[in-house]
Design a protein around this ligand. Structure first.
Ligand code: GLU
Ligand code: MG
Length: 437
């Protein structure tokens, strides 16, 4: 008997989980055209596989169509089956983009940015994760011993990324216990978020084959270290030239970048409902964790929502080509498509309204009084997912970026997720997320 060769087409859904249907590779040509059938209520399957309140019920039909430009085909050459999946777009049966397709939502945001400003977004994801086997000595943060301990994993993992078209940038033992970090080279447009999905899924695919266990959960213990996602952003113009840096601008930001960052900081209380989308994300978004707790712009400050990153101004390297800023109030319990989409929309709103960011901080904002904070235009980020959802409900501008019924669906989804966790202690909620991310 010959094994049937299978490939899968997937979406990154509202929970950030990757789901879809597999089909025989023999049918590739027709599947690339017609995709697979998909069901609207699938959007309401929460991170815990419970079904949140759904406006769709048992009704409706959609198509999930693979994008040949977003194909991961990796042969681990260990006798295990080929890892083969596509990311795709969810559309109505007449081909119109579905309002709740996270990838379509990002494409729409990137199109708006290009149409209104002539700029394309170039972005890169930096992901932290932890191995869960506590019996191993991983050594100190950034240590050679920790690298050596996981070198075999890292080599296989980064090889898998490269095979899937991701350009790996670095792999390191992060500071936290059992914690590692992986970064990618930036990509223009939707591919950056495709690659963020590949980075998470191929880490899991590698671990499954090596017998290791890891988690991308935002935080494993309320008092422990967080696993962040830092989203690096810059712009290129229609010639592909860098368009973010102005040596005379504040922190090096040019006019567009300044307004874009200001838009993100202005809307961030509502944006975190998408970027830090789990209940336990808010244990990470607290001061003194090198994550983000206020709506501040940091000049090389690792406790800022947006940080202006350093450039290597050495050996004749061009600062303009490297210059970027990173959004730090994100984690892996969310879809990278939604994360990037809300950042682009918020930034574009900042450009439209010519918003100005506050002066970049290089200080501990948690020691300031409430009055000092408000005098300088700083707000504490929401301290719970429920509060972030309330900020989203209050923010008509953010809601206007989406087509109906997305906001209603998303709010119901997240409230369904919270209902599942209702009677759990913070520790048990952390355990629940660790099991599913
Ligand atoms: N682990 C920190 C976080 O939760 C980030 C540490 C760093 O890379 O600066 O975001
Ligand atoms: Mg890190």
């Amino acid at each position: 008997m010959n094994d049937e060769e299978l490939a899968m087409v997937c979406c990154s859904d509202l929970s950030g989980h990757v789901k879809g249907k597999a089909f025989p590779v023999a049918d590739m040509d027709s599947r690339l055209k017609k995709g697979v059938g998909w069901v609207p209520t699938n959007a309401q399957i929460t991170a815990f596989n419970s079904i949140a309140d759904t406006p769709f019920g048992a009704l409706g039909d959609l198509l999930l169509i693979p994008d040949p430009a977003a194909e991961a085909k990796v042969d681990f050459q260990d006798g295990s089956p080929l890892e083969h999946f596509f990311l795709g777009d969810i559309v109505d049966t007449d081909g119109a983009p579905w309002a709740c397709c996270t990838r379509g939502i990002l494409k729409h945001a990137l199109d708006a940015l290009r149409t209104e400003t002539g700029l394309d977004l170039k972005s890169a994801f930096e992901l932290e994760f932890q191995f869960t086997d506590a019996s191993i000595d991983y050594g100190p943060g950034f240590g050679l011993s920790g690298f050596r301990e996981k070198k075999a994993f890292g080599s296989t993992y980064l090889g898998a990324l490269r095979a899937a078209g991701v350009e790996p940038d670095s792999f390191l033992k992060e500071w936290g216990e059992q914690q590692y970090e992986v970064t990618m080279h930036p990509q223009i447009g939707v591919i950056a978020a495709d690659h963020a999905v590949f980075m998470r899924e191929l880490a899991r695919a590698t671990a499954q084959r090596t017998g290791e266990k890891l988690t991308f959960t935002p935080i494993r213990d309320p008092d422990g270290v967080g696993n962040g996602v830092h989203i690096h952003m810059s712009f290129v113009d229609q010639d592909g030239s860098p368009a973010t840096y102005d040596p005379g601008g504040p922190g090096g930001l040019n006019k567009h970048a300044r307004h874009f960052v200001a838009g993100i900081l202005h809307h961030v209380p509502a944006l975190v409902a998408f970027t830090a989308a789990s209940k336990v994300s808010y244990a990470r978004l607290t001061p003194h964790r090198w994550s983000a707790a206020y709506n501040n712009l940091g000049y090389r400050d690792r406790e800022a929502t947006v940080r202006i990153c350093p450039v290597a101004d050495v050996n004749g390297l061009d600062p303009a080509k490297q210059f970027n800023f990173e959004f730090r109030a994100a984690d892996s319990a969310a879809s990278p498509y939604l994360q990037l989409a809300v950042l682009v929309h918020a930034g574009l709103d900042g450009i439209r309204k010519r918003l100005e960011p506050p002066e970049a901080t290089q200080e501990d904002l948690s020691v300031l009084s409430a009055k000092e904070l408000s005098d300088r235009g700083f707000v504490r980020l929401p301290t719970s997912l429920e509060n972030a959802l309330i900020e989203l409900e209050k923010n008509d501008t953010v809601q206007s970026w989406f087509r109906e019924p997305f906001i209603d669906v998303y709010l119901k989804h997240k409230r369904g997720e919270l209902a599942y966790l209702e009677n759990m202690s913070p520790q048990d909620a952390c355990k629940a997320y660790e099991g599913v991310y």
